[in-house]
Ligand binder design. Structure first.
Ligand SMILES: Nc1ncnc2c1ncn2[C@@H]1O[C@H](COP(=O)(O)OP(=O)(O)O)[C@@H](O)[C@H]1O
Ligand SMILES: [Mg+2]
Length: 272
């Protein structure tokens, strides 16, 4: 595997602390130095990976749910906005929308409405962060994968490229559903999040293979939830145990998955 390791992201909270409000995970001017610095370095590394001219579209994904895609995608977008770039953050996980609750915006009139042609124009919402614009996921549709595959997505990116310097799209996990790989031809690069404590290396490999199979390019890894006291910052240090298959099935079965866009292949079994 020849994919750069871009940055590790520390734990935001102490281990047993229960955050009452998810928006506390968003980067603020008073964020701890280690966290702010991690996102600055991630930003620099991503900027250097941009090869082509024009507005790049970066997708954030991972092998499994709950690895920190949405939090990291949002914070990377905030970090680029802090640097004075005009940034659009799109919630591309219409099954498990996160941008609206994280930024405390209405979840109505978002990506799903635009892709389903319910509304003629994309609804770009200015955020409370200067330079950062949001597009929420919208109403949960019955057929997210089909919607992402329709030609409106290319039109959306064309409109957005005129207005923004960077576009980030938060996508569902690769090993669960096909949404993340459907977009491959429009994505400049995938940033791959790995949960330092939970992701099985086999799951990562399978996800990377799926991205490669559709011609997608992975610009690098971000290792999430690193305990700075225990970590040496290396990607190979994560433990090889996974959540159970039943757990994930339940998680993504909350949505309408009868179009069989949830993979039925065996997921990782617990191996601790
Ligand atoms: N770096 C982190 N520090 C502490 N908690 C985290 C971190 N990253 C993720 N989490 C926790 O994991 C949950 C899932 O994160 P999220 O970004 O929504 O995952 P995903 O989008 O991959 O499903 C968050 O609500 C938060 O409680
Ligand atoms: Mg998410």
């Amino acid at each position: 595997m020849n994919i750069p390791f871009l940055k590790n992201i520390c734990l935001f909270k102490k281990k047993n602390a229960v955050p009452v409000d998810k928006s506390t995970y968003l980067l603020t001017p008073d964020a701890p130095f280690a966290i702010a610095e991690a996102y600055r370095m991630l930003r620099t590394n991503i900027m250097y990976s941009a090869g082509q001219e024009g507005t790049p579209i970066y997708a954030i994904t991972s092998a499994m749910p709950h690895e920190g895609k949405s939090i990291n995608c949002s914070n990377i977008a905030i970090s680029f906005a802090h640097a004075g770039k005009r940034v659009l953050l799109i919630d591309g996980d219409m099954r498990n929308p996160t941008v609206a609750p994280l930024f405390k915006e209405s979840s109505k009139n978002g990506l799903s409405e635009y892709l389903a042609s319910v509304v003629p124009e994309p609804n770009f919402i200015p955020s409370k962060y200067e330079n950062l614009t949001l597009m929420v996921a919208g109403h949960k549709p019955p057929n997210p994968a089909e919607l992402l595959g329709n030609k409106r997505i290319a039109e959306l990116f064309e409109i957005a490229r005129e207005k923004f310097d960077y576009i980030f799209i938060d996508l569902p996990p690769v090993n669960m559903i096909s949404d993340a790989t459907i977009l491959a031809k429009d994505i400049s690069g995938y940033l791959f999040v790995v949960d330092s404590g939970h992701t099985h290396s086999g799951a990562v490999k399978r996800a990377l293979d799926s991205i490669r199979m559709v011609g997608g390019s992975v610009i690098g890894f971000a290792l999430n939830r690193v305990n700075p006291k225990k970590s040496d910052g290396a990607l190979y240090g994560y433990k090889s145990y996974g959540y159970s298959r039943r757990y994930y099935k339940n998680y993504y079965n909350r949505y309408n998955t009868k179009n069989s866009d949830v993979e039925t292949e065996e997921q990782e079994t617990d191996a601790e």
